[in-house]
Design a protein around this ligand. Sequence first.
Ligand SMILES: [Zn+2]
Length: 91
Amino acid sequence: MAEKRKYSKRHCKYCEAKVDFIDYKDVKSLKHSLSERFKIMPRRLTGNCKRHQEMVENAIKRARHIAIIPYIVSTRKAVDNPVDNIDNIYR
Ligand SMILES: [Zn+2]
């Protein structure tokens, strides 16, 4: 099965760009290290080195704390008025 890799392996893009500090407000660059459900991608998939992975983790955790990035993504639909739909929620 020749499945194409989403991320190139063994190649830290932060080292290549010579990044010394990862800004937690820069969500666009953090998106690279987040999965579709906003989980932190493991180093073996992104190819980040250990030093930069720790910086990314810290930045993501800070961004979560100030609510730029969600902690959890629910698969259930959000309900506008819970009282009206109370029968539908527990079905
Ligand atoms: Zn690196």
